[in-house]
Design a protein around this ligand. Structure first.
Ligand SMILES: Nc1ncnc2c1ncn2[C@@H]1O[C@H](COP(=O)(O)OP(=O)(O)O)[C@@H](O)[C@H]1O
Ligand SMILES: [Mg+2]
Length: 265
């Protein structure tokens, strides 16, 4: 890549170039390309096993790609460890909950803030920054609507509250690019509706990639939809354009929409 191309690439918050990942002999991510602009909200949809979580694991540095490139704000990040990618401004939530269940809501948030400030080892630095961390944790507590649960143990929260805490932990460090893996999984319709509103608020002004199955949520939340099928992004466009895309209809959306309509969604 020459300097001019490198400059052009820096217009994107996140860019995937011909990204591939094999597990053994099986290629799971098969040449994925994606260009996300700063501030865009992108929903990633696709059948189970398409590779959505794997894609997030690659972007966040949990897995190393077999080949291809990942750029965050124009800077190449593939091959970097997760904490460095996080330090460069990318945070993710997990499909399975990642809370310290025996710590309070506030302590969970404060840990996330401190971690983002680089306090894994240096205790003296930790003391110096504790005040800032407390302020930031209080702020996030309010953002995710858990101020009344401040001193409850995470294990005693309702399911929806735990998911809200999870979002708080994800954004606590102030990352500009946020990846959420099925944030509304397991929620009722009304919980989902409220939660989408929360996601909108806390990710305001940030770049969001979210894996989501509920098409109502997808069409309500996303500026753009990326359709991942067999490890390839087969469409990346506005919700209207994706809905009208014949290839997407055939590969995925036709059957899902029919199913969700039949269930009365
Ligand atoms: N660590 C792993 N080792 C081997 N296979 C994996 C691993 N992680 C995911 N896979 C496989 O990759 C495929 C895609 O999985 P995943 O990314 O979880 O799909 P999705 O999130 O779209 O449902 C699945 O067939 C899954 O079994
Ligand atoms: Mg998944």
């Amino acid at each position: 890549m020459n300097a001019v191309q490198s400059q052009a690439a820096s217009g994107f918050a996140l860019e995937l170039r011909d990204l591939r990942k094999n597990f053994g002999k099986t290629e799971i991510i098969r040449g994925a390309n994606l260009q996300v602009r700063p501030g865009e909200r992108v929903a990633i949809i696709g059948p189970n096993g398409a590779g959505k979580s794997t894609l997030f694991n690659l972007i966040s540095g949990r897995f190393e790609p077999s080949s291809g490139e990942i750029h965050l704000n124009g800077r190449r990040i593939d091959g970097l460890p997760p904490y460095e990618i996080n330090r460069l401004g990318l945070a993710r939530s997990f499909q399975v909950s990642n809370l310290f269940t025996r710590l309070s809501v506030f302590e969970n948030l404060r840990c996330a803030v401190l971690w983002s400030m680089g306090h894994r080892y240096a205790f003296w630095k930790f003391l110096a920054d504790l005040h800032d961390a407390n302020d930031r944790a209080e702020q996030v507590l309010e953002m995710v609507g858990l101020d009344k649960r401040r001193d409850h143990l995470a294990m005693n929260l309702t399911y929806a509250e735990q998911r809200a805490l999870e979002i708080g932990i994800t954004i606590a460090g102030g990352s500009q690019v946020v990846l959420l893996d099925e944030p509304t999984a397991g929620m009722s319709k009304s919980e989902t509706r409220r939660f989408v509103q929360l996601i909108r608020q806390v990710t305001e002004g940030r770049t969001l990639l979210t894996v989501e199955h509920d098409m109502g949520v997808v069409f309500g939340l996303a500026d753009k939809i990326a359709v991942l099928v067999y490890g390839e992004v087969i469409a990346f466009d506005t919700p209207e354009a994706v809905r009208a895309n014949a290839r997407v209809q055939e590969a995925y959306l036709g059957s899902v929409l029919a199913e969700q309509q039949a269930q009365g969604h």
